[in-house]
Design a protein around this ligand. Structure first.
Ligand code: GDP
Ligand code: IMO
Ligand code: MG
Length: 439
């Protein structure tokens, strides 16, 4: 096995099954690195039927020989980190000894959460549908150069002064613009000593750790969160998250040069889902709460168990959108795709694939830049026959029904990227490797 640095990204609107695949591939690497996002992510791992949901800690943590790094591009919520570390350690795993955190990670503190929620309320019908966890406001503080970072926990007296000013600054907005309760400086400050006790021992120079492994000829895996259509630049703006979810984010968000990345694996659901607001041209609208809407939307949601791993919200479901995927292939420079949840489509008689959009009387093959324009796009569909037999747990290509093989080849052709891994169930074992991504 040669050394390879692999980037794993979501190619749609998140929840494609990144966690499962990162865990699967982790037995081949020395460390797994998160490079963006925060605890808005919910990555589900199922091993021999046992489910673990990770939000902030890299999906390599269940393999004891692997180290886990949280890169500078990740926004770090100390309360969430504490909870996740404790839950994992209760199961007998060693976490603190294997987890290394960049000093440059922006901290998510109480006022970020308050601002996120106040803004969402103020947007009313135009709400983004954020996870309400303070992700956006924490990134704003970073870019505005007023944010507190994990490394600031090393010098609490200095941090106290900056915190006082920052709380004051944000309280002005909370009280005067959003007309909500201010945040108590004392309440935030009181928790900082405990945050320091937890986080300071795990602080590390992540770029040097990465460089060290590279020099030793060891492989690393860079774990993306969210998905390409939620990217702050390339997604359905403004209905996006606040980070670069695309492969380039791995370089700036972890501290590695672009030429050192060898393979970009795009995790792609065999259909499409989205949680939160924003355009979704191929959506098959169905509401669980009202039990009304599209029957296939309902079927995909039920068979796929499409409820958010972080917020529990119903995920909107729809047909595969090859237009969106072409953009993903471009902006990530996808080397290969991992197609997940094929088994969810087992019962469908016919399957539609969106191959183009109709936009203002024209046929377009790539998505527009903003949500407003997206809203004017109508999907153009091609219909394929379903396979109507079980693919659950199939681990060999020859065992797949012919129509399923044809569907996979059709998607490869539409997107222009080969499928290198196929997932046929949530369990680590329910996977079919078509091409060795480390070869
Ligand atoms: P992530 O955010 O990309 O890591 O994905 P999530 O964990 O939020 O959502 C993916 C869901 O699909 C989880 O419940 C997984 O256990 C499940 N899953 C992953 N791959 C498959 C698959 O091939 N088939 C089925 N039926 N479920 C899968
Ligand atoms: P994983 O890593 C799906 C969505 C939210 C909302 C938008 C902005 O599990 O795929 P934020 O709280 O980030 O400001 O919300 O992004 N979102 C996700 N959707 N999977 C995720 O992560 C998501 N993380 C954020 O629903 O629409
Ligand atoms: Mg998820």
């Amino acid at each position: 096995m040669s050394k390879r640095n692999l980037v794993v990204v979501g190619t749609q609107w998140g929840d494609e099954g990144k966690g499962k695949i990162v865990d699967l591939l982790t037995d081949r690497v020395a460390a797994v690195v998160r490079f963006q996002g925060g605890h808005n992510a919910g990555h589900t791992l199922v091993i021999d039927g046992k489910k673990t949901v990770l939000h902030l800690i890299p999906s390599g943590i269940l393999r004891e020989h692997v180290e886990c790094f949280i890169g500078n591009g990740v926004v770090l919520a100390p309360d969430a980190l504490k909870k996740e570390v404790e839950q994992l350690e209760l199961t007998g795993l060693s976490v603190k000894s294997r987890l290394k955190i960049s000093e440059a990670c922006p901290l998510i503190l109480d006022y970020h959460v308050a601002l996120d929620q106040a803004r969402e309320r103020a947007r009313g019908d135009l709400a983004i549908g954020t996870t309400g966890r303070g992700i956006g406001p924490a990134y704003e503080d970073k870019v505005a150069r007023r944010g507190l970072r994990a490394g600031d926990l090393k010098n609490l007296p200095k941090m106290k002064n900056i915190l006082a000013e920052t709380v004051d600054y944000h309280n002005f907005m909370l009280q005067n613009y959003y007309k909500v309760e201010p945040i108590s400086f004392e309440a935030v400050w009181e928790k900082c000593q405990a945050y320091a006790d937890l986080i300071v021992p795990m602080l590390a120079d992540v770029p040097s750790l990465i460089d060290g492994y590279n020099r030793e000829g060891k492989s690393l895996l860079f774990e993306g969160a969210q998905g390409t259509l939620l990217d702050i630049d390339h997604g359905t703006y403004p209905y996006v998250t606040s980070s670069n979810t695309t492969a380039g984010g791995a370089t700036s968000g972890a501290g590695i040069g672009p030429c050192q990345l060898d393979y970009v694996l795009g995790i792609t659901k065999a259909y499409a889902t989205r949680v939160g607001g924003g355009p979704f041209p191929t959506e098959l609208v169905y509401s669980v709460a009202e039990d009304s809407g599209d029957a296939i939307g309902k079927q995909l949601g039920e068979r796929g168990r499409e409820f958010g791993a972080t917020t529990g919200r119903q995920r909107r479901c729809g047909w595969f959108d090859a237009v969106a995927l072409r953009r993903s292939a471009q902006v990530n420079g996808l080397t290969g795709m991992c197609l997940t949840k094929l088994d969810v489509m087992d019962e469908l008689v016919e399957i539609k694939v969106c191959t183009a959009y109709e936009y203002q009387g024209k046929t377009i093959n790539f998505p527009p830049a903003s949500a407003d324009e997206y809203d004017l796009c109508q999907p153009v569909y091609e219909t394929l026959p379903g396979w109507q037999s079980s693919t659950v747990g199939i681990e060999c290509w020859d065992d797949l029904p012919e129509q399923a093989k044809a569907y996979i080849h059709y998607l490869e052709k539409q997107v222009g990227v080969p499928v290198s891994i196929l997932s046929t169930g949530p369990d680590r074992a329910e996977t079919l490797i078509l091409q060795d991504v480390f070869a």
